[in-house]
Design a protein around this ligand. Structure first.
Ligand code: ADP
Ligand code: MG
Length: 259
């Protein structure tokens, strides 16, 4: 299901952060990788939503981003489209060596650990699966391989998926920390983009400690790791998380209905 664009038209966006960007008007002029532009068209996206108009250039320019916007405003695409597009040109160089999924034989080929370039953390299994499905659409016919792990799913199956190689990992926090403690299965040392989606819900549910652990788990040479924080509201706990981990020069976008 798509968005109701009469609703979208009434949505206003303001830039609040220390850094400002010029919005794009359409996907064609956004400087997307050709494979991503095709996948955006295949997804039926014709016009970028307000948060996408600002978020795409912000991420392309290499900024950390805080996006405060209600459900249905297109936040998933706002971060997945530019992040995955940027990686499409560089995946060969950045990604870890991995087995070919088409020829991988269970029990014969050596399993490898997952060394994702992108980690998206979400509060629920349903959301994780939903974002995983979006990621699959955007990664279609590219080198990038998405993977999803969540609490309640069989950890053994998820481990096997991870060990076939994973570039884009969508995860709930508890299960992610579980796998971070198994370095033969997962390492965050290659992560370039770390996204905390629905941050307010995560913090409501007391995942603060795990989030700090996850966000510090990908620490590498300065400037190599971008943090994104998306949320419907921006409570104190979310502001603190942002202050600890995001660059001071981040872009902050807030979307709200006019009137
Ligand atoms: P949010 O995370 O802000 O709640 P989503 O990213 O889940 O919003 O998007 C809501 C719905 O709108 C999804 O079905 C998504 O595929 C669709 N959508 C997002 N951006 C666009 C767009 N530019 N054009 C058409 N549909 C879109
Ligand atoms: Mg969302």
């Amino acid at each position: 299901q798509g968005l109701d664009f009469s609703t979208i038209a009434s949505i206003k966006l303001c830039q609040e952060g220390p850094t400002r960007v010029d919005p794009i008007a359409n996907f064609k002029d956004a400087g997307l990788h050709p494979a991503m532009l095709r996948n955006v068209e295949l997804a039926g996206y014709e016009v970028p939503t307000p948060i996408q108009r600002y978020c795409l250039p912000a991420i392309f320019l290499g900024h950390d981003v805080i996006g405060i916007a209600q459900t249905g405003s297109g936040k998933t695409g706002a971060y997945l489209i530019p992040i995955l597009s940027k990686l499409m040109g560089k995946a060969k160089k950045l990604a870890a060596p991995r087995p070919n999924p088409a020829t991988f034989q269970e029990g014969v080929d050596q399993p490898m650990r997952a060394e994702p370039l992108v980690v998206v953390v979400v509060p629920t299994r349903e959301l994780a699966v939903q974002i995983f499905n979006e990621a699959r659409k955007f990664c279609y016919r590219t080198m990038l391989r998405p993977c999803v792990v969540y609490g309640g799913g069989a950890a053994r199956d998820q481990e096997q998926q991870l060990q076939k190689g994973c570039d884009v990992l969508i995860a709930t926090p508890g299960r992610l920390v579980h796998f971070m403690e198994k370095p033969q299965v997962l390492t965050l040392r290659r992560v370039r983009y770390m996204v905390i989606d629905e941050a307010d819900e995560l913090l409501d549910d007391d995942w603060k400690e795990q989030l700090d652990k996850i966000m510090s788990g990908g620490e590498q040479e300065e400037g190599n790791l971008n943090y994104m924080l998306f949320s419907a509201t921006f409570p104190k706990a979310a502001r603190e998380l942002a202050k600890t981990h995001l660059a001071e020069t981040h872009v902050r976008l807030r979307v709200g209905r006019a009137g």
